[in-house]
Every structure is written in structure tokens, then in C-alpha cells.
Design a protein around this ligand. Structure first.
Ligand code: ASP
Length: 330
């Protein structure tokens, strides 16, 4: 009797991005053209790892992705898992990868790995990194040690938690980092090696309200308060400020923000790119003690962009009162 072993199933969905970009003619700029089958065609090793299922979910530069598309990606990935996928890999542009990964992470309740990847070199460049990143994402996703870690970003042979990863360089090959703790793991001879446990994160319910908006503004030297004065009339449901240093703004911003915080949640993050906001160190007007006393929350280690996503999702499911508790997880 022949023994037929059941092969693992890997689902790959593509959204566009540099990994899928090519130039129509020499000297022209690259645009997203390769569909999912086109991406897989140059990585024959994938078919040795698993039975493949593919879907071209859209073909966009990642700057033009939106929350609505991410809900579709989530539903597609969940359906793939229900239909037996042992891992799901999404390819997309790297420009917004840190935000899409965190958005999906907050809603991904399955222990099945959902792995996001992309590329810094287009498909038409010599030494394109897309095929290697795609293979690495599949290897990580299919490994038993990746289960229960939520959404992962695999790029440049590193494995990052969706909650911590940031794009830290515009064009370099080593464009991603997890400032502070470093990456969660790396690939060694095609296998993931984890150096720390997965980031704890409570999964949120699907938001029922999706029509609201959350603004993100950055503090800068001698900035006027014009935008802050206008903000209450624009209908935003929340505001995140990328503040100076440990979560600070100017005295004039502190006053304007106080008026906004009387109406909607206002969160102060750090614009530095690394490290937490303070809670009880600085006593000047616009420092964290003052801002907290004026009704604002401090973002802790969560970067401004991820903070906006968290606040948007919490507002969408009526859980904004839990914002401080969620921020405390990072
Ligand atoms: N430069 C970007 C990328 O790495 C373009 C995008 O995000 O779509 O894919």
C-alpha cells in the first residue's frame, strides 16, 4: 500500500508594491505589473515546500492601500486558513508595510502565521530581493515555531513582530528594523530562529463603524497652531501627535491640544523613531506631565503611525475607553 503524505498548504496573496514592479521600457519608472502567479514563477522552490494557492488581491503601490482593502485581505486570509492553509503570505509595497502589518495583527486571532513581505529592489533590477524574501516568508510561515506569533514581517532574512517593525531607511536593502528590542528572529539555512517570544497583543473585534477618521500631526520647531485650531471643525474622531523627544509639544500646542482633548481622544507619541514616551519626568508646559493633566494619553513605545491605527480600530468597535490599557501593552 502506498502511503500518501498530506502536503502543507501555503496561500500567497499579492497586493502590488516594488516586489511586483517592472519598467515598461528601459529608462522608464517602475510600476506594479506582476500578478501573484508572476511573482511565484521565479521562486520554483516554493512548490517544493507546499501546495500553493494564490490570489492577486490588488496591484497597487502601498501608499494607495486603504483600510477597506485591508479588511478584504483579512477576510481572504481567514478564509484561506478555514480552508486548510498552514500559513498565509502577503506580498506588498514596503512603504506602508509597518502599518498594514500592525492593522492585520490587531485583528488576526488565528495561531496560523500571517506573514507579510515585500522588496526594496523591483522585479526588473539585477539582484532583486523579492524572490528571496518571498521564499523566506514561506519558510517562516510554514515553521511550527512561528505559530501563535500573530502577524510577522519577514524581510532581508529577518523576522519582525508587526507591533514593533518600522521602515527606517528609504532605499537601503536593510530598510526595516524593530528599534529597541531588535528583530524577533532571523533565518538560518531556511529555518526561523527566534531570539525572543512573540509580542503580546490582545486581538480586537472587527470594527462595526468604519466611516470615522483619525488625524496624525507632527510637532516641529516653531510650528503655528493653525491646523490644531481648525481640527475640531473637521470631524475627526481622534488625534495622534508625533511629539518631540519623550512626548512633548510647545506651550502653544499644549493649549490648543487641551481644547481638542476635551472633545476627542488625543494621544502623544514620540517622533524620534525609537524609545518610549515619558510619564512623570518633565514638568514644563507641553511636557508629558502637563499634557496628561490636560487629558491626553501617552503612546508609550507605540510609534505614531501604529498609534493612529490602534485608535482608529478601537473607535470603530466602541472600545476607545480601553486605549490606555492597550497602549500599556507595548
Ligand atoms: N517603495 C515601495 C516598495 O518598497 C513602493 C510601495 O510601497 O509600493 O514597495
Amino acid at each position: 500500500m502506498t502511503h500518501i503524505s498530506k502536503r502543507a498548504v501555503l496561500s500567497v496573496g499579492s497586493l502590488g508594491g516594488t516586489v511586483s514592479m517592472q519598467a515598461a521600457a528601459p529608462g522608464q519608472g517602475v510600476t506594479p505589473t506582476l500578478d501573484c502567479l508572476g511573482l511565484l514563477a521565479v521562486v520554483p522552490q516554493l512548490a517544493e515546500l507546499a501546495e500553493l494557492r494564490t490570489a492577486t488581491l490588488c496591484l497597487l503601490p502601498s501608499a494607495s492601500l486603504g483600510f477597506a482593502q485591508l479588511f478584504e485581505v483579512l477576510a481572504w486570509a481567514q478564509a484561506e486558513v478555514e480552508q486548510g492553509a498552514q500559513a498565509v503570505v502577503i506580498t506588498q509595497g514596503t512603504d506602508t508595510l509597518e502599518e498594514t502589518a500592525y492593522f492585520l495583527h490587531l485583528l488576526w486571532s488565528s495561531p496560523t502565521p500571517l506573514v507579510l513581505t515585500g522588496a526594496m529592489r523591483s522585479a526588473s533590477q539585477p539582484g532583486a530581493d523579492g524572490p528571496a524574501n518571498l521564499l523566506a516568508a514561506a519558510q517562516v510561515g510554514l515553521a511550527a515555531s512561528s505559530r501563535g506569533r500573530g502577524v510577522l514581517v519577514v524581510i532581508n532574512d529577518e523576522i519582525h513582530s508587526a507591533a514593533k517593525v518600522r521602515k527606517v531607511a528609504s532605499l537601503a536593502m536593510a530598510a526595516f528594523a524593530s528599534p529597541g528590542d531588535g528583530c524577533d528572529g532571523y533565518l538560518l539555512e531556511g529555518k526561523p530562529v527566534y531570539r525572543q517570544p512573540g509580542a503580546a497583543c490582545s486581538v480586537l473585534p472587527l470594527p462595526t463603524n468604519r466611516g470615522h477618521t483619525v488625524a496624525l500631526l507632527e510637532a516641529s520647531l516653531d510650528a503655528d497652531t493653525g491646523l490644531l485650531e481648525a481640527l475640531p471643525r473637521l470631524g475627526y474622531a481622534g488625534l495622534v501627535v508625533a511629539g518631540f523627544g519623550a512626548g512633548h509639544v510647545s506651550a502653544s500646542w499644549a493649549e490648543a491640544l487641551q481644547r481638542i482633548a476635551e472633545q476627542i481622544p488625543v494621544v502623544i507619541a514620540t517622533r524620534t523613531g525609537s524609545g518610549p514616551t515619558a510619564t512623570a519626568t518633565y514638568g514644563f508646559v507641553g511636557g508629558e506631565i502637563d499634557l496628561r493633566s490636560k487629558g491626553m494619553l501617552m503612546a508609550g513605545r507605540l510609534c505614531p503611525r501604529k498609534c493612529r491605527i490602534l485608535l482608529w480600530l478601537l473607535l470603530g468597535c466602541g472600545l476607545e475607553q480601553a486605549l490606555e490599557e492597550h497602549l500599556g501593552q507595548y
